[in-house]
Design a protein around this ligand. Structure first.
Ligand SMILES: [Zn+2]
Length: 222
């Protein structure tokens, strides 16, 4: 689980620092994955493996990016292309829709389409990044559907991958995510063992700037 890939200037708020991995560190991690035989997989590959028992490559990794930072397209994707890796960008659709031409923070629709052409997946991170358990069931279902429909309309194909804002999830949220038509969903729960019994609460490994290659290697071998 990554968020923003960018050089830290030193004056960012703590929350931004928390969500940032510097490009040099990120490149070393991607190179380490390739050197150690890992293969990045798509959401559909994971879905087919969990639901239909289809085989996965050895050492499969799903490389995900939350929130839709533009640095995914400008910085992360080019680094990953060099080592033959693809990822998933979970985007907040209102941020894309409301993008001002001068705002460099978030991905644009055109960048989402380019990522897809490189083999990436685009998933929903809701319309406005509100934590689902804090909403009424009606409002939660609405943001789940509105974001999915917006992505499907602009990308012209079904979008069934979801990521819970702030990792916030409860039993009712899982039911709503399912009702809204998603078939895989990721949390911020830590872990790397996944099962068909729980495809809407997939755990992940959080990578921060201090994780380093060593931390990634330790997390994947534990
Ligand atoms: Zn988020």
């Amino acid at each position: 689980m990554y968020h923003r890939i960018a050089v830290l200037a030193g004056d960012e708020p703590a929350i931004t620092v928390d969500l940032t991995v510097e490009p040099g560190e990120f490149a070393l991690q991607m190179q380490w994955l390739q050197d150690n035989g890992y293969t990045s997989i798509t959401q559909m590959q994971l879905y087919s493996a969990l639901e239909e028992g289809k085989p996965l490559p050895d050492k499969p990794v799903l490389i995900t990016f939350d929130d839709g930072y533009r640095s995914i397209a400008t910085t992360a994707a080019p680094i990953m292309t060099r080592v033959d890796m693809v990822g998933t960008a979970y985007v907040v659709t209102d941020r894309i829709a409301n993008l001002k031409k001068t705002d460099p923070t978030w991905l644009t629709w055109s960048q989402l389409r380019t990522l897809e052409q490189r083999g990436w997946d685009i998933g929903s991170h809701t319309a406005s990044h509100t934590e689902l358990p804090k909403l009424t069931p009606e409002a939660a279902l609405k943001t789940l559907r509105v974001s999915r429909f917006a992505l499907e309309k602009r990308l012209a194909h079904p979008v069934q991958w979801f990521c819970y804002p702030a990792g916030s999830v409860d039993a009712a949220s899982v039911e709503l995510v399912k009702k809204a038509g998603y078939v895989l969903a990721t949390t911020t729960k830590s872990g790397d063992v996944h099962s068909a019994a729980d495809p809407l609460q997939l755990s992940r490994i959080r990578i921060s700037n201090s994780t380093g290659v060593r931390g990634l290697a330790d997390a994947l071998s534990s």
